[in-house]
Design a protein around this ligand. Structure first.
Ligand SMILES: Nc1nc2c(ncn2[C@@H]2O[C@H](COP(=O)(O)OP(=O)(O)OP(=O)(O)O)[C@@H](O)[C@H]2O)c(=O)[nH]1
Length: 201
C-alpha cells in the first residue's frame, strides 16, 4: 500500500486525430456502451472509473480531447497535469496514423515523459485497413511505446489499455516514493480539481 485509505487519482489524456474513436473508447470503458453516432468533441470532456490495481484503489479520470486542429488552443491547456496518455489512431485512417508522432510531441511538450500507450482502434475493420501491422509495430518501437490493437465496437482490449497505464503509473509513483517519501503528500497524485470550459458534444 502506498498509504492507508488513500486513493490514487490519475489524469489520463486520450489524444489523436478526429473520429478515431477517442470519445467511444472513454464511453466504452467508463459506461460500458458503444454508439455508432459520431459527434465531434468540442474542447474537452471527462469521465471517470474506479479500479483496483494490486489491491490499490485507483481512480482514472479520462480526458477526452478534441482531435480537430481548430480546438488546439483549448485542448493544449488540458494536457497540463496529465499523468498518463493514450495515443489513438484508426485502422481505416492513414492520416491518423501519420499524425501520431506530432500528437506525442504535443503531449510531451506540455507534460514531459508520462506513461503512454499507442492504440490502433477499429481493428474490427481490418479488411479496410490502411496501415500495415509491421508499420504500426515499427512506430511503437521507434517511439518506445507499448502497443495495443483495440475494437471499441467489439469491446476488444480496451480494459487492458487502461489497466496497463494505471499499473505503470503506480510503479513510477512507488519508485518516486522510495526515492522521496515526501512526494506522496504532494498534489501530483491527489484528486485534483479541474475546470471544464466546455463539455458540449
Ligand atoms: N467500426 C468501429 N467504429 C468505431 C470504433 N470506435 C469508434 N467507432 C466509430 O467511429 C466514429 C468516431 O468515434 P468518436 O469516438 O466520436 O471519435 P473521436 O476520436 O472522439 O472524434 P473527435 O471527437 O472528433 O476527436 C463513431 O461513429 C464511432 O461509432 C471501433 O472500434 N470500430
Amino acid at each position: 500500500m502506498l498509504e492507508e485509505d488513500m486513493e490514487v487519482a490519475i489524469k489520463v489524456v486520450v489524444v489523436g486525430n478526429g473520429a478515431v474513436g477517442k470519445s467511444s473508447m472513454i464511453q466504452r470503458y467508463c459506461k460500458g456502451i458503444f454508439t455508432k453516432d459520431y459527434k465531434k468533441t468540442i474542447g474537452v470532456d471527462f469521465l471517470e472509473r474506479q479500479i483496483q490495481v494490486n489491491d490499490e484503489d485507483v481512480r482514472l479520470m479520462l480526458w477526452d480531447t478534441a482531435g480537430q486542429e481548430e480546438f488546439d488552443a483549448i485542448t493544449k491547456a488540458y494536457y497540463r497535469g496529465a499523468q498518463a496518455c493514450v495515443l489513438v489512431f484508426s485502422t481505416t485512417d492513414r492520416e491518423s496514423f501519420k499524425a501520431i508522432p506530432t500528437w506525442k510531441e504535443k503531449v510531451v511538450n506540455e507534460v514531459g515523459d508520462i506513461p503512454t500507450v499507442l492504440v490502433q482502434n477499429k481493428i474490427d475493420l481490418l479488411d479496410d485497413s490502411c496501415v500495415k501491422n509491421e508499420e504500426a509495430e515499427a512506430l511503437a518501437k521507434k517511439l518506445k511505446l507499448r502497443f495495443y490493437r483495440t475494437s471499441v465496437k467489439e469491446d476488444l482490449n480496451v480494459t487492458e489499455v487502461f489497466k496497463y497505464l494505471a499499473d505503470k503509473y503506480l510503479q513510477r509513483l512507488k519508485q518516486q516514493t522510495v526515492e522521496d517519501p515526501e512526494l506522496v503528500h504532494t498534489s501530483s497524485n491527489k484528486i485534483g480539481t479541474y475546470t471544464v470550459i466546455n463539455n458540449q458534444k
